[in-house]
Design a protein around this ligand. Structure first.
Ligand code: SF4
Ligand code: SF4
Length: 136
């Protein structure tokens, strides 16, 4: 009965004396380096002229098993289709990457950002403004 207790205390003492052996990551002071194929937050792409690549075809939304993508199409002044609404509900996303695979225009990629916790539930719906690469 007392032996496991002593063993536990000895282990605690060992880690206390030699903290370099601690394997718990001290987040947020330390952060993971993600693997190249890690699937994190989505990013909507622009072409070399800075125009949005997405033409609101809706294939990503159809491919999504969680039904968390909302796309509505509009037309700009040049008559080209674009996504007037593009939203992803991150509460439902399972980061499967099917949306990225389905996109025929390479307009959508899942990137490395995994820090998606928010204090307000509404912030979990990512609008186009939050997903689109900034204009350079
Ligand atoms: S990663 Fe998967 S679940 Fe998330 S939006 Fe894309 S298809 Fe849907
Ligand atoms: S991100 Fe790609 S698949 Fe989704 S609506 Fe835009 S062009 Fe279509």
């Amino acid at each position: 009965m007392i032996k496991p207790l002593i063993q536990g205390l000895a282990l605690t003492l060992k880690h206390f004396i030699n903290p370099s052996k601690v394997i718990t990551m001290q987040y947020p002071d330390e952060r993971w380096t993600t693997y190249p194929r890690f699937r994190g937050l989505h990013e909507l792409q622009r072409d070399e002229d800075g125009k949005e690549k997405c033409d609101a075809c809706g294939l990503c939304a159809k491919a999504c098993p969680s039904e968390c993508i909302t796309v509505k199409s509009g037309k700009n002044e040049q008559g080209d289709k674009y996504a007037s609404v593009y939203e992803i509900n991150m509460f439902r996303c399972i980061f499967c990457g099917y949306c990225e695979e389905a996109c025929p225009r390479e307009a959508l990629y899942l990137r490395q950002n995994y820090e998606l916790a928010t204090e307000d539930i509404k912030d979990q719906v990512y609008t186009k403004e939050k997903l689109l690469l900034p204009f350079k």
